[in-house]
Design a protein around this ligand. Structure first.
Ligand SMILES: Nc1ncnc2c1ncn2[C@@H]1O[C@H](COP(=O)(O)OP(=O)(O)OP(=O)(O)O)[C@@H](O)[C@H]1O
Ligand SMILES: [Mg+2]
Length: 250
């Protein structure tokens, strides 16, 4: 294919996004563009606005000015059919947020039934397919408390995938896990990336960023300081905020 004439669809577009809590400006004129199939890693110090950005993209949080579009649809918490639009963005958080009183299978079928209006059989089949992908099909009838942290997080990933999202958004998905479980969750995320999923990953796992990111975005104080391919980002940035950050995470 002639690369000069091929155009890749923009999956997520954040333009001029600003947000404040009271007098505290948490996002200032943030721009971010994510193409279909692109993997973006977002990093930066605590309080720099990463989670707030993620919540604005997923329609969980309102914003003062700017626009967020996902797959061509403008996202805001007040839009019509908000839950349908939100379902196009699979979110995985630090805390797995599985329903403790539901089995793994039920956790994976609930939203499919309500949001996607799938039949019981279809929801079940889809759930088993994605549980298979995260290698947990044998745990379908277990309860979350019977699983390890890493397994619970893989269920949370499968649950999000069941809604067939256009984008997967991970907010420190491995931060609450013991080191030996970090690896299995990162491996699941790497498999997803290899499958061509569009991903935005907020993480301090710089090895992961190096391995799968097409673009690394560094935020500080509500602003995007740098957005660059990993080679360039890790190759020795001139910005002292980035150097300070990298010296802490490595
Ligand atoms: N609901 C809220 N009300 C008031 N301030 C908030 C609220 N949510 C976040 N903030 C503030 O906004 C800023 C950005 O927070 P955010 O959670 O987006 O940072 P972060 O980059 O995700 O940090 P961390 O790495 O610690 O997760 C912080 O100063 C935080 O205190
Ligand atoms: Mg955060």
């Amino acid at each position: 294919m002639d690369m000069a004439t091929s155009s890749v669809a923009t999956m997520v577009s954040v333009a001029g996004l600003s947000k404040h809590f009271g007098t505290h400006q948490v996002l200032s004129d943030v721009h971010l563009s994510v193409a279909a199939g692109e993997r973006v890693v977002v990093c930066g110090p605590s309080g720099s606005g990463k989670s707030t950005l993620a919540r604005c993209i997923s329609g969980l949080e309102g914003y003062g000015s700017g626009t967020v579009t996902v797959n061509g649809v403008v996202v805001s918490p007040r839009m019509r059919h908000a839950e349908l639009v939100r379902a196009n963005i699979g979110m995985v958080f630090q805390q797995f947020n599985l329903f403790p009183h539901l089995t793994v299978l039920q956790n994976c079928t609930l939203a499919q039934r309500w949001v996607r209006r799938r039949s019981k059989d279809e929801a079940r089949q889809t759930a088993l397919e994605y549980l298979g992908k995260v290698r947990l099909a044998d745990k379908a009838s277990a309860y979350p408390a019977q699983l390890s942290g890493g397994q619970q997080q893989r269920v949370a990933i499968a649950r999000a995938l069941c809604l067939n999202p256009s984008v997967m958004l991970f907010d420190e998905a491995t931060s609450a896990l013991d080191p030996e479980m970090v690896k299995e969750v990162l491996e699941t995320m790497i498999l997803l990336a290899r499958d061509g999923m569009t991903m935005i990953c907020i993480t301090h796992e710089m090895g992961f960023a190096r391995a799968v990111a097409d673009k690394v975005v560094f935020m500080d104080d509500g602003r995007v300081v740098q957005a660059a391919p990993p080679g360039e980002f890790f190759g020795g940035s001139a910005d002292p905020r980035i150097r300070r950050f990298l010296s802490k995470v490595f």
